[in-house]
Design a protein around this ligand. Structure first.
Ligand code: ATP
Length: 150
């Protein structure tokens, strides 16, 4: 399940606990279709970004992961209280090499989200993002449910 993946990934993240808290929020026991390695890579990219763009903000941040079922899809959310994304940048963040001005103080190549986006599409799903500049962002990964759950 997605929860098992989240638990596994927790240990692989470079969290500075004095600056950042990672919380597991509401979790519904959803099973999604798709290979575990791809889903793990998508989660890791989103969690790495949430950490990077929250830890650098200069106040104690919070990242909350949650899982829910919405109709025929399982949705995995990564919500952060980081620097946020300007509305003008939001439509472009999944493009290769795109980096918002806000993000330039952190290292990055601008490739992570385009890879995550491609992987999600290969699994028959998608990724969406919402953000309020200065307050935080929420990335959501939508994946088709496993056949046993339909
Ligand atoms: P890398 O490929 O090393 O992850 P990156 O973080 O710059 O580098 P992407 O992961 O593709 O590249 O993200 C693209 C851009 O989207 C970032 O440069 C940043 O502007 C914005 N972004 C992504 N995630 C967040 C987030 N959680 N909070 C704020 N901005 C974000």
């Amino acid at each position: 399940t997605l929860l098992q993946l989240i638990r596994q990934l927790r240990g692989r993240l470079s969290l500075d606990k004095s600056q950042l808290k990672l919380e597991v929020g509401h979790i519904e026991p959803v099973r999604v279709r798709g290979d575990e390695e791809s889903i793990r890579r998508i989660m890791l990219i989103l969690l790495d970004n949430a950490i990077k763009y929250t830890q650098g903000k200069g106040e104690v941040g919070l990242i909350t992961v949650s899982v829910e079922r919405k109709q025929n899809e399982g949705v995995f959310h990564v919500q952060d209280t980081g620097i946020g994304i300007d509305p003008g940048d939001l439509p472009h963040i999944f493009e290769r090499f795109y980096r918002a001005d806000r993000a330039r103080s952190q290292h990055g190549t601008g490739l992570g989200l385009s890879i995550a986006h491609t992987l999600a599409e290969q699994l028959g799903g998608r990724i969406t993002a919402e953000s309020v500049p200065g307050e935080g962002s929420t990335f959501s990964v939508w994946l088709p449910l496993a056949r046993s759950q339909q």
